[in-house]
Ligand binder design. Structure first.
Ligand code: ADP
Ligand code: MG
Length: 242
């Protein structure tokens, strides 16, 4: 079954037609990686799915539910999607444990002790067991980003959206974050991810989507896209970035 379906999604900012009819599907347990030049609309695509941006045309289905229906409850939709962005968005005045459990307690109504037990278990599993009671400024960038990922998965979202989650990190710290994403894939998480880390994209993706000109210009397995790209624009992009 498809967790996510986009049908003819358009998004404009004034005259800037950023998404020009995007069709895309993400199946359950599938990892789809979006690549493309800066400004090609990767983040806008993510933001329309999370309903931060409303689409101008087209439909987005989450596990079959039309989330672009104007009558939809935006908070309820967002509660079904885990999101991690480029810049760590942990609350600086809250301890790690409170950052991680906040949405579960406030949005999902998970009892505080249940949320805490689950959060501590995940933090320990991902090497952050000693940081539970720390404030974010005591953590490295890589640790902060791993905390943000734990927060995003705490309530078992149907879909994880990861937008350039290593782009703001010291290169030394990228690996620990990508390892966590690999663990999530091994556990069967369904993910849509934008990244500039081509070797990582290649190793983790089930499918690669190359965004160009406001659409997925070429979609295929990592082998197809990296070994045998069909479109000249894909070849040019890959020659520039790798
Ligand atoms: P990418 O993530 O691939 O680098 P973006 O989705 O961030 O691309 O940007 C695509 C285009 O949309 C760019 O031209 C950008 O300037 C424009 N854009 C993105 N967000 C906004 C916004 N909130 N308001 C106006 N223009 C935006
Ligand atoms: Mg972006």
């Amino acid at each position: 079954m498809s967790v996510l379906e986009l049908h003819g999604v358009h998004k404009l900012f004034g005259d800037n037609h950023v998404l020009k009819g995007v069709d895309l599907e993400v199946d359950e347990h599938e990892v789809v990686v979006v690549i493309g030049a800066s400004g090609s609309g990767k983040s806008t695509l993510m933001r329309t799915i999370n309903l931060i941006e409303r689409v101008d045309d087209g439909r987005i289905l989450l596990s079959g539910d039309d989330i672009t229906d104007p009558a939809v409850d935006v908070d309820k939709v967002r509660a079904r999607i885990g999101v991690v962005f480029q810049h760590f968005n942990l609350f600086p005045h809250m301890r790690v444990i409170d950052n991680v459990t906040l949405a579960a307690r406030k949005v999902h109504g998970t009892p505080a002790d249940v949320a805490r037990d689950r959060a501590v278990g995940l933090l320990e599993k991902f090497g952050l067991g000693e940081k539970v009671e720390d404030y974010p400024d005591r953590l490295s960038g890589g640790q902060q980003q791993r905390v943000a990922i734990v927060r995003a998965i705490l309530t078992d979202p149907e879909l994880l959206l990861l937008d350039e989650i290593t782009s703001a990190l010291d290169p030394m710290l990228v690996g620990e974050v990508l390892d966590l994403v690999r663990d999530l894939k091994a556990q069967g998480s369904t993910m849509l991810m934008a990244t500039h880390e081509m070797s990582f994209a290649r190793s983790v993706a089930d499918r690669i989507v190359f965004m160009h000109g406001g659409r997925p210009l070429e979609v295929g397995t990592p082998e197809q896209i990296f070994e045998d790209p069909q479109q000249p624009e894909t070849r040019e992009f890959l020659a520039r970035i790798t």
